[in-house]
Design a protein around this ligand. Sequence first.
Ligand code: FE2
Length: 364
Amino acid sequence: MAPGLTETVTQTTDDVTNGVSKLKLSSEQKPAATTEDKGPSYPFYYPYFDKEEKFPPTELFEHTDVGLRADPKKPHLLAEGVKVKNFSPYIGTELRGVQISQLTKEGLDELALFTAERKLVVFRDQDFKDIGPDRQIEIARHFGPIQRHPTSGNVKGYPEFHVVYRDANHNRFKEYLGGDRANHTSWHSDVSYEKQPPSTTLFFILDQPELGGDTIFASQVEAYNRLSPEFKKRLEGLRAVHSAVPQAEFSRKRDGPVRREPVETEHPIVRQHPVTGEKALYINQGFTKHVVGFKVEESEYLLKFLFDHISKGADFQVRAPYEPGTVVVWDNRVTVHSATPDYANDVRRHAVRLTPQAEVPIPA
Ligand SMILES: [Fe+2]
């Protein structure tokens, strides 16, 4: 097996687990609190697995991006007094002084547009984690119907939440990756196997290490822009298969849920953003398996080049560090990201994702 292929399989496994591998998959289990450890700060969001939970196949739906109707000046989002700090010219902005929970419909439209433009927005000092599940879901649903993850931990009664969890007793890295991987970087775009993959995605932190545990992001627009005109010409029109099968197989193997039968979907390798018009690479190591119409070696060769190009592009990548109250919002259509599990094994990290789905990818 080519090195590229081995890597792809391993990284899919990493994404599959999303920090909850080896959690007991019983529905009611909660971690025991000890004298030193009081347990998760937000036990309501402890990952829940019910093997009997089943979802029907995802139906196609009409989607119009709310960013299209946003005021380009963004008066509701970037009001007076909001502090704006860009991380890099290509991707990433930190905002202080605006509460997502207080944004009007117009403000949320502007958030979608701003996120499309900046790819990643880090909101500080948010009350979002305390506004309750119904309001959290209502806000995320402004951007599109929320994906219900087929295999990962969710919240009992709230399958819209995708839970990322790790503590001293639940360490995916030791269990799965420790022996074979020299680093744990695992670039991916969330659930790209969906026919209508996600767009404006919210991720809020509940417990985080004092140091480390950042998420790294890369701009797939800039990754595309760096290619030569001749190479771009070759990519446009090509399609690749994104597969949910390894994720489902992995979950079955560990006696976890498979709430929906896994899908394999062809997407354009270069897609166009419906609001900004920007072209972006739309392939990722986590889920993209094969270039349609290419022989095996040709496909491996091309994907390996593109995966390497993206992962080596430190000049179009940034880190999003977490503080208590941070909510990170990114546009999954034009970015890839990876966890950085660089903190001690006994440290708790607990976060929740809401993943609105968007249009069928528009070929560039
Ligand atoms: Fe992710």
